[in-house]
Write a protein that binds this ligand. Structure first.
Ligand SMILES: C[S@@+](CC[C@H](N)C(=O)[O-])C[C@H]1O[C@@H](n2cnc3c(N)ncnc32)[C@H](O)[C@@H]1O
Length: 210
C-alpha cells in the first residue's frame, strides 16, 4: 500500500461517516452524460454532480475507507459505480468519459505525479469533451497558517498527519493542462470565517477541453 493511500485511510477511518453536501455550479449540464468523479473522498463534490442528473458516474478513490463511506451514503443512487483506483493508472479505456470532475485531488501529489495524473485523466476523456478542475490556490490562508512538517516542493506542504497539500498558481494550472485544446483558468477568493476577514480562502478552477 502506498504511503499516501495509508494516510488517507487513517484520515477517514478515524472519523466515521461525516458527509455534508457541497453546493456547486458547474459550467454546463451533465444530463445523461458519463461522468468521472476523480478522488471522490466522502462524496462532497459527488453530491453536487448527482444534482445534475448524469447518466452514469464512475467515482474512484484509492482509499478503501472513503469508498466504504460513499457506498453507504449514496446507496440510493443506482447510476453510480464506486471503485478503488489510483489516478496514476486508471482502469478505463481511452476516450470513455464525457466529463471528468477533478476537485481537490491533485493538491495531494508532488509535481511529477500531478503531471502523470493529468495525462491519465486526459487519456480516458473523449476528444472534444471537458475536464473540470478545482483546487487550492497560492495565498490561501491555510498555506500561510497551516501546521506543516516540511515543504518538499514549492507551495507544497507536508502536514502533520502526513497529508500533502499543494497550492496552485493560475499560470501553473494553465501549464498543467497545456496538452488540452483549450483551457480557461479562473481564481476565486472569499473569507469563510465570520469576523476574520483576513483569513482568505483562495481557489483556482479550470475548464479544459480535450
Ligand atoms: C480532499 S479529498 C477530495 C474529495 C472530493 N474530490 C471532493 O471534492 O469532495 C481527496 C481525495 O483524493 C484521494 N486521493 C489522493 N491521491 C489519490 C490517488 N493517487 N488516486 C486516487 N485517489 C487519491 C484521497 O484518498 C481523498 O479521498
Amino acid at each position: 500500500m502506498d504511503l499516501q493511500e495509508r494516510v488517507w485511510d487513517l484520515e477517514y477511518g478515524g472519523r466515521g461517516t461525516r458527509w455534508s453536501p457541497r453546493r456547486l455550479r458547474f459550467p454546463f449540464s451533465f444530463e445523461g452524460k458519463i461522468v468521472l468523479e476523480a478522488g471522490v473522498g466522502t462524496g462532497k463534490t459527488l453530491s453536487a454532480v448527482l444534482e445534475e442528473n448524469p447518466g452514469r458516474v464512475f467515482a474512484f478513490d484509492f482509499s478503501s475507507e472513503a469508498l466504504k463511506q460513499c457506498r453507504q451514503s449514496f446507496r440510493a443512487f443506482s447510476n453510480v459505480v464506486f471503485l478503488k483506483a489510483d489516478v496514476l493508472d486508471l482502469p478505463f479505456e481511452k476516450g470513455f468519459f464525457d466529463v471528468a470532475v477533478v476537485y481537490y485531488l491533485l493538491d495531494n501529489m508532488l509535481e511529477s505525479e500531478r503531471r502523470k495524473a493529468v495525462a491519465e485523466l486526459r487519456r480516458v476523456l473523449k476528444s472534444g469533451r471537458v475536464l473540470l478542475f478545482e483546487d487550492f490556490a497560492v495565498g490561501d490562508f491555510r498555506e500561510e497558517f497551516g501546521k506543516r512538517i516540511e515543504m518538499p516542493e514549492p507551495h507544497t506542504l507536508l502536514k502533520k498527519k502526513g497529508l500533502l497539500c499543494h497550492y496552485f498558481t493560475e499560470t501553473e494550472v494553465k501549464n498543467l493542462f497545456k496538452d488540452f485544446k483549450n483551457v480557461e483558468v479562473s481564481g476565486k477568493e472569499r473569507s469563510p470565517i465570520r469576523n476574520k476577514s483576513h483569513l482568505v480562502r483562495k481557489t483556482v478552477s479550470a475548464v479544459a477541453v480535450k
